[in-house]
Design a protein around this ligand. Structure first.
Ligand code: SIN
Length: 291
């Protein structure tokens, strides 16, 4: 238990269906009171934005470590093993190429709705993105409130999926390419693709609230159902995942830091093709097996 004696200097302003802006105080060093405020705020608002704090990578890493155990992305999702020897769990999300080689992941295209590392046994708890370079236009990151997605589902659908699970295929990336660790798997049949099986409804271990838990739509399969039934049920579930009234978009400025909780949100990114360089530094904390 954290005993907090001093008062927090941080201020929290809600931004929409989810998300809040944090202002004031200092993130480095971070007092116990301010740490408690951040943890409560992310529990309440699911996504936090910090603007104008000017953290370098080491200060960013120190802050991230206060939220949990840092978890590097699996090697097969990264173009380089280590980007920064000072912060080995950090990955780069970028369209920038140096000497003809990508310095990071994901290029400049749209990224569809997903949950970070849902295709592993231990999906990330928090993801943190720090904007180092932003494009002239596009590249906004959208968030969906998965508690509200669950609440929007009709009772009959909630009951139908209460005991069902979903396979989050791990062998193929969002573009349909085979991931390096899975080169020998050639199937395009989602029933055959390997991947962890998670409950469709999960209970957040801290808030105790139920959330709809989805990864990428591509490659999702509900074990035990015939393919056509699984596809139809997946489509129905995804139709509740990101209702416009349950989403909020981050429009990036250089230096913005966003922290989100993957246990109760999904996110996607707009394309920014032709709009210049974008470079985000990313840290994630290790999550627990969804239940
Ligand atoms: C991600 O989904 O991992 C990256 C999001 C972004 O580039 O805004």
């Amino acid at each position: 238990m954290t005993i907090v004696t001093e008062a927090t200097r941080l201020r929290i302003r809600p931004l929409g269906a989810l998300g809040a802006e944090v202002t004031g105080g200092s993130l480095d060093p971070l007092s116990a009171a301010d740490e408690a405020t951040i943890k409560q705020a992310v529990r309440d608002h699911l996504v936090l934005r910090f603007r104008g704090y000017n953290l370098d990578d080491l200060a960013f890493t120190r802050l991230a470590e206060r939220l949990g155990t840092l978890q590097p992305s699996p090697d097969y999702t990264r173009s380089r093993k280590v980007y920064s020897s000072e912060s080995p769990a950090m990955t780069i999300i970028s369209n920038v190429k140096e000497n003809g080689e990508a310095i990071g992941e994901h290029g400049d295209g749209e990224l569809n709705w997903h949950t970070d590392l849902a295709f592993t046994d231990y999906p990330s708890e928090y993801t943190m993105l720090m904007a180092r370079e932003v494009p002239a236009a596009g590249g906004n990151t959208w968030f969906a409130n998965m508690y509200k997605a669950y609440e929007a589902m009709p009772d009959a659908l909630k009951e139908r999926v209460a005991k069902l699970k979903m396979k989050h295929q791990a062998s193929h990336n969002a573009q349909g390419g085979t991931r390096p660790g899975y080169k020998d798997i050639e199937t395009n049949d989602v029933r055959e693709m390997p991947g962890p099986i998670h409950p469709i409804l999960r209970t957040h271990p801290v808030s105790g609230r139920k959330a709809l838990f989805l990864g990428r739509r591509f490659g999702a399969y509900i074990p035990g159902l015939p393919l056509a039934k699984s596809e139809a049920l997946c489509d129905e579930l995804w139709s509740y995942a990101a209702l416009p009234e349950n989403t909020w978009a981050q429009e990036w400025q250089v230096g913005d830091l966003i922290i989100w909780d993957n246990r109760c949100t999904m996110h996607r990114r707009d394309s920014f093709a032709g709009q210049g360089r974008r470079r985000m530094h990313r840290l994630c904390t290790r999550g627990t097996r969804p239940e």
